[in-house]
Design a protein around this ligand. Structure first.
Ligand SMILES: Nc1ncnc2c1ncn2[C@@H]1O[C@H](COP(=O)(O)OP(=O)(O)OP(=O)(O)O)[C@@H](O)[C@H]1O
Ligand SMILES: [Mg+2]
Length: 508
């Protein structure tokens, strides 16, 4: 310790000596230049090396400067005592920054990096087509010379990646749509966007917790799977098919996925796409870390034509190559085809960009072409089914703030609800409606009301079943009767024939 103070004192002595020489020997106008030279000499003997990262690189904005700013803002909020604060356009988070001459120490792969932020007045405005800011801002990175080969350029790559991730997390999600009704070529960019504010999350999504966890784990695995996809040579994309009756939460699931991963959503309106090449262009203009959604795929495109094709003449092209809806008018090039759609998700073009998720939804999985649902095409098929008791518990928590264990297991109301919920075949959307209507009442009253609704549904379903089975029985009975008394019908036939014969005879 003593040695440290001795060397520090001698260093300060040397510094003071040079300072006094500077003042004694050089006139004030040359002092700045001389100081710079001394500085350089010092740096030659220093064990450190320095990197200046200016805000404006020539006349262009230096991306690295902003990346460093964002990167340091993570730790600046903890380490520094005076900070600058900002909030970017479209951003929902505040960003901390270092103020003038503030320092921050960071470590990377065991090496220490010291950052200093400098703000100086721009001396004279040199000619520029673009007006430059009055202040000159820069970061100076100081690292030990021996660490240089160890951490550069990996450290800078790390900074850029972290900053991109932070920017994405701070930025609001965007929801893009291609359904503007006009020609998409007219404005160059085929997608229009709005901030995506859907509040659905996996916490609020009513479905069995075990299935939910499976989906979340799958999504996480995908988002963190860059190395895996690179190693295995697979395109970094994943497909989910959500199917189930209306109101079971397919759209809510998509919103929850986007919020969970922090991805943007591209809601593709297939009916607005006229050709396969338009579809490809749309795909090319999507960004990484996004979910591309085609809702109600069974209604968007006629995907049943492959089946209907079996009865068509053999000279026709295979149905999946045939333009959808263009068979009669021959406008083949003016439509999209099933193969175009499959290429969209699976072909080479689907890999331009990376980290993308495709989600198709349908209410009628049985109506989809087998090519679309065959294994491997969509990586995961998710059945969004009617409300189970586990899902009901989540809805009770969402709408009535009923916490786990608030009603004990022996509670009569809960027991009855658990008994009838599956039989009632009610969608989470319908349960939500009942709970919303009754949310201001006592919790037990609201649940009792729900129980009534469920019981009525069960009764109705039973009646319907009863009447349809009665109808079926009656039909069967009629068929049986018809089979058992062939003579009667023969007689009718005979009598008809008889009449005809008579007539003929009469004619003759
Ligand atoms: N599983 C669920 N969890 C939470 N809320 C749900 C769920 N399912 C439906 N809801 C509620 O019902 C509403 C409609 O649900 P959603 O639009 O997600 O259903 P959908 O399956 O996409 O229906 P459709 O097939 O008609 O498009 C949502 O706003 C949400 O409040
Ligand atoms: Mg929907």
């Amino acid at each position: 310790m003593k040695e440290f103070w001795t060397s520090l004192a001698s260093l300060m002595g040397v510094f003071a000596f040079f300072q006094s020489i500077l003042h004694a020997v050089f006139p004030p106008e040359l002092r700045f230049a001389a100081a710079k030279i001394f500085n350089r000499v010092f740096r030659c003997f220093s064990t450190y090396c320095y990197f200046d990262i200016t805000e404006i690189d020539g006349v262009n904005t230096n991306e690295l400067y902003h990346a460093v700013q964002l990167y340091l803002s993570r730790s600046a909020s903890i380490a520094a005592s005076r900070l600058s604060l900002s909030r970017g356009l479209n951003s929902s988070a505040f960003t901390f920054g270092l103020t003038n001459n503030d320092r921050l120490v960071d470590t990377f792969r065991g090496a220490t990096a010291t950052w200093e932020h400098a703000v100086t007045q721009r001396q004279s405005q040199s000619f520029s087509w673009r007006p430059l800011p009055e202040e000159k801002r820069s970061f100076t990175l100081r690292i030990k010379k021996k660490d240089k080969p160890l951490i550069l350029p990996a450290y800078l790559d790390h900074i850029m990646e972290t900053a991109t991730e932070l920017r994405r997390r701070n930025q609001d999600r965007l929801l893009y749509t291609n359904s503007r009704g006009g020609s998409m070529e007219s404005r160059g960019f085929p997608w229009e966007s709005v901030p995506f504010k859907h509040p659905s999350t996996f916490d609020t999504l009513a479905m069995d917790p075990s299935r939910k966890e499976l989906i979340m784990a799958d999504l996480k695995d995908f988002a963190e799977g860059k190395a895996f996809y690179e190693k295995t040579g697979r395109a970094w994309k994943r497909g989910y098919l959500l199917y189930g009756p209306p109101g079971t939460g397919k759209s809510s699931m998509i919103a929850a996925m986007a919020n969970y991963l922090g991805y943007d959503i591209y809601d593709l309106e297939l009916t607005e796409v006229h050709t396969n090449s338009e579809l490809r262009k749309l795909l090319m203009k999507t960004t990484s870390k996004s979910i591309i959604v085609i809702e109600d795929i069974d209604c968007s495109v006629n995907l049943t034509n492959r089946i209907s094709k079996k009865s068509a003449p053999p000279s026709d092209p295979p149905s999946d190559l045939r333009p959808v809806g263009a068979a009669e008018d021959g406008a083949a090039s003016k439509t999209i085809t099933l193969s175009g759609l499959l290429n969209f998700t699976d072909g080479l073009w689907s890999c331009c960009g990376s980290e993308r998720i495709f989600v198709f939804t349908t209410n009628h999985i049985e109506k989809l072409d087998p090519a679309l649902v065959r294994s491997g095409r969509m990586d995961m098929h998710i059945n969004m089914s009617y409300c189970s008791f586990a899902a009901l518990k989540i809805l009770m928590k969402n709408y009535l703030s009923v916490e786990d264990g608030e009603f004990d297991d022996a509670n009569e109301l809960l027991r009855e609800l658990a008994e009838v919920i599956e039989e009632a075949e009610i969608t989470p959307a319908d349960v939500s409606e009942v709970l919303i209507k009754n949310r201001r009442r006592e919790k037990s009253e609201a649940l009792a009301e729900l129980l009534e609704v469920l019981k009525t549904r069960v009764e109705k379903r039973k009646d319907k079943k009863q009447s349809s089975s009665e109808e079926m029985e009656e039909e069967e009975e009629q068929e049986k009767r018809a089979l058992e008394s062939p003579k009667e019908s023969d007689q009718v036939m005979d009598s008809c024939n008889g009449k005809e014969e008579k007539g003929e005879e009469g004619v003759v």
